[in-house]
Write a protein that binds this ligand. Structure first.
Ligand code: ZN
Length: 213
């Protein structure tokens, strides 16, 4: 079930207090209307009734999709021990993740709805970035973002963006899964800990593999 609460909030712009409704839990299988608000990030966006300024309140949010069997905890901070909560969900086949930012959260929903493996996605982004550097189409410092676009017919599309330009990479999914399978231990994660699977994570995996951890 989805759950929200009304809290008193002090506007960061005019300093006046007002009530805002924030969601702690969103179950999109039961409340599909809330999905749009999550995908757009609007669920964290609020407006002050006094001065009409818009701002974000990134409160911790538990996003549950019972149909696609995944749970994302949006929280900038690490979570405590959640094993008693996590174990029965893992037994039911759920994927459990934490996302530190709204951008990561939105992308993660897309990945899991596509039925893609997010570890394979981070690997695809990493491989695309290396290809990008090898092709000499730009420098590492020009890259503004590396985004997952979609998975279709065994192909994953990754975009590398520089301010006004972009480059797309089409990566065969079966190749990514072969790479994960061949390096199982290297990419091992524990869902019980609600791991953050993002660019920092994949970099730490490769650093460790090179003995630089
Ligand atoms: Zn205000």
């Amino acid at each position: 079930m989805s759950n929200s609460e009304t809290i008193k909030y002090t506007c960061p712009y005019c300093g006046k207090e007002f009530d805002v409704e924030i969601y702690n839990t969103v179950n999109v299988s039961q409340d599909p209307d809330l999905k749009e608000r999550c995908m757009s990030g609007d669920i964290f966006r609020h407006s002050c009734p006094h001065c009409h300024s818009d701002f974000m309140i990134q409160n911790p949010l538990l996003y549950e999709d019972t149909e696609h069997r995944f749970i994302i905890w949006v929280s900038a901070k690490e979570l405590g021990d959640l094993s008693s909560f996590a174990k029965p969900l893992i037994a039911k086949g759920y994927t459990l993740r934490r996302c530190a930012t709204v951008k990561e959260f939105v992308e993660k929903i897309q990945i899991f709805e596509d039925g893609a493996n997010d570890i394979a996605v981070e690997l695809a982004k990493y491989d695309s970035f290396i290809d990008f550097l090898d092709s000499r189409k730009g420098k590492a410092e020009d890259v503004t973002s590396i985004d997952y676009v979609y998975t279709k017919d065994d192909v994953m599309k990754i975009d590398i963006r520089m301010d006004d330009k972009g480059m797309s990479f089409l990566i065969p999914v079966s190749g990514l899964h072969d790479e994960l399978e061949a390096n199982k231990e290297m990419f091992e994660i524990e869902d019980e800990q609600f791991p953050c699977i993002n660019s920092d994570w994949i970099l730490s995996v490769f650093m460790k593999a090179q003995g630089n951890a």
